[in-house]
Design a protein around this ligand. Structure first.
Ligand code: PLP
Length: 260
């Protein structure tokens, strides 16, 4: 978020707004909590005072209008999100960046392709950076290396953690050089940043992902993950929520090893 705000300020010093999804999750530091969308976080954050805005999630339960069948690509959802910003008096020249999970962990379904396409086009037209949070859905978990591959678009930045090492703490921000090189050396440092042991664990983990064909395996084991709840639902036990619509038993959302 710091990179996006700094990039925005290169255009105009007031251009620091960040948009994220309501219901998204990005962590517990203030900047990450600002992007998160849970009611408990809303209590103390005063998001509007720091130029942080949220789009309704393009999945239920906050799908902007109710019926997914009317907008399977999510394009109307995106238009509704932008109209929502306009109604609050927020113009794109106040927005530096957008952050969202490409495959939200709780939805276990990618951002709809039409929504993603419009988001990226709108952002490019207004010099807004798009950052996908791949902390949970990246590194092979969805059957592809990056969750964003299911959306059909490429962001300006993306963040990694969790499965990047699957062991020692390590995280990363990936993006174009002109964005990553904007801060001066040391501006983005932290005490344990660049720890060589964690970096070695991340490199080893990436090798194992490739050598053991784990992307393919995520798809195979993922189908087992969703088939068992489906059997339970077929047997008439439990309820199922798909894209926020309470669907008939038998539909279980999931992609690779993310299943809900
Ligand atoms: C999508 C997403 N982003 C960010 C985070 C925060 O990661 P950490 O707990 O390592 O700060 C999480 C953690 O669950 C996550 O799921």
């Amino acid at each position: 978020m710091m990179l996006m705000r700094r990039h925005g300020q290169c255009i105009h010093r007031d251009n620091v707004g960040i948009v994220s999804f309501a219901d998204g999750y990005h962590g517990r530091t203030l900047a990450a909590a600002l992007a998160t969308g849970s009611p408990s976080a809303d209590d103390w954050i005063a998001r509007e005072k720091v130029g942080h805005y949220q789009f309704p999630f393009p999945f239920g339960p906050r799908w902007p209008w109710g019926n997914v069948d009317e907008d399977p690509t999510g394009e109307k959802a995106f238009d509704a999100c932008v109209e929502g910003l306009q109604r609050q008096g927020i113009t794109p020249d106040k927005i530096a960046g957008f952050i969202g999970e490409s495959v939200p962990g709780w939805a276990t379904w990618p951002i709809p392709r039409g929504f993603a396409r419009k988001l990226v086009d709108w952002s490019r037209d207004h010099n807004i950076l798009v950052c996908f949070d791949e902390v949970q859905c990246g590194c092979g978990r969805t059957g592809k290396m990056w969750g964003m591959e299911h959306t059909g678009v490429v962001p300006d930045l993306f963040t990694l953690g969790k499965g990047l090492s699957s062991s020692l703490p390590v995280s990363a921000v990936v993006g174009r050089a002109e964005i990553l090189d904007e801060p001066d050396a040391g501006d983005m440092s932290s005490t344990h940043g660049g720890n060589p042991v964690s970096a070695a664990a991340a490199l080893a983990c990436l090798e194992v992902l490739a050598e053991e064909n784990l992307l393919e395996r995520a798809t195979t084991t993922g189908s087992l993950v969703v088939s068992q709840p489906k059997k339970t639902l077929d047997a008439g036990r439990g309820a199922c929520c798909y894209n926020g619509q309470h669907s008939e038993p038998g539909v279980v959302p999931g992609i690779g090893n993310l299943g809900g």
